[in-house]
Design a protein around this ligand. Structure first.
Ligand SMILES: Nc1ncnc2c1ncn2[C@@H]1O[C@H](COP(=O)(O)OP(=O)(O)OP(=O)(O)O)[C@@H](O)[C@H]1O
Ligand SMILES: [Mg+2]
Length: 237
């Protein structure tokens, strides 16, 4: 479904953030993309959806194929229409607009079937039903994380990518977020990539683990071979 082939990326024409990164993700996978601070996880996700040019970044070599066709150099709106959604870290939404308005705005990428997807979002996040007319800004961090995942679903993705969804959340809320991610993968059939530094729960769900360090993929293994001690050793190096 997604093939990243020998990708190099730089910021400001000089700072190398990705070096010869390759990964291959089949439909129905749930991939954990792990790595310490500054490893290149966010850069890789932004490279896939075409967002690097907005940060004076650029893919300088290699190719990124989605369903067999290159998305390298495509505008994020095009990549989104092709079926890749990125839930960025930072939980961006329109905080003054209502929750319903945020979900509708997110469906502009793909209006066909938007009413069904709205129902699907409320099915996975039932607490939103009671709050549809309230401003998104009233939501807690965990609720906001759920809303931005809901907004990604409104764009009708085949591949859903989440950048550090657990950031700053309580353990109970992290559990709830990952429960929903697991259901979206299992029930709704989404292929999923989750970037995190380390979340034991993610290692239990993942079908594949890639570890990034200093801009390179340093390990690709099934989750059964990825212990927390092994990760710590990679991170400390
Ligand atoms: N907009 C930018 N301009 C210049 N350099 C950047 C920019 N964004 C990231 N970098 C650099 O690229 C490298 C990779 O950063 P990236 O944000 O991709 O790492 P990360 O794995 O997502 O880290 P974290 O876990 O802290 O989110 C780092 O050295 C970082 O300083
Ligand atoms: Mg990051």
């Amino acid at each position: 479904m997604l093939a990243v082939n020998d990708v190099f990326a730089v910021y400001d024409g000089a700072i190398t953030a990705l070096e010869q990164v390759s990964l291959s993700i089949g439909p129905g996978s749930l991939v954990a993309l792990l790595g310490p601070n500054g490893a290149g996880k966010t850069t890789l996700l932004k490279a896939i959806v075409g967002m690097l040019p907005f940060e004076r970044g650029e893919v300088t070599a290699g190719d990124i194929l989605f369903e067999g066709a290159s998305v390298r150099g495509c505008h994020p709106a095009v990549v989104s229409r092709r079926g890749i959604a990125l839930v960025q870290d930072g939980r961006q939404c329109f905080r003054e607009l209502s929750i319903a308005e945020n979900l509708r705005a997110a469906s502009l990428v793909s209006r066909q079937g938007a009413a069904d997807r709205f129902e699907m979002v409320l099915h996975y996040f039932p607490f939103l039903k009671e709050m549809l007319d309230r401003p998104a800004g009233v939501l807690s961090g965990g609720q906001l994380q759920m809303l931005v995942i809901g907004m990604a679903i409104m764009s009708k993705p085949k591949l859903l990518m989440l950048d550090e969804p657990s950031l700053g959340l309580s353990p109970v809320m992290v559990q709830s977020v990952f429960d929903v991610v697991e259901r979206l993968h299992r029930e709704a059939g989404l292929t999923v990539i989750v970037a995190e530094q380390t979340v034991p729960r993610l290692l239990k769900l993942a079908t594949d683990v890639y570890v990034v360090s200093r801009g390179r993929i340093v390990m690709h293994a099934p989750p059964s071979e990825m212990t927390e001690e092994r990760l710590q050793r990679i991170y400390l190096n």
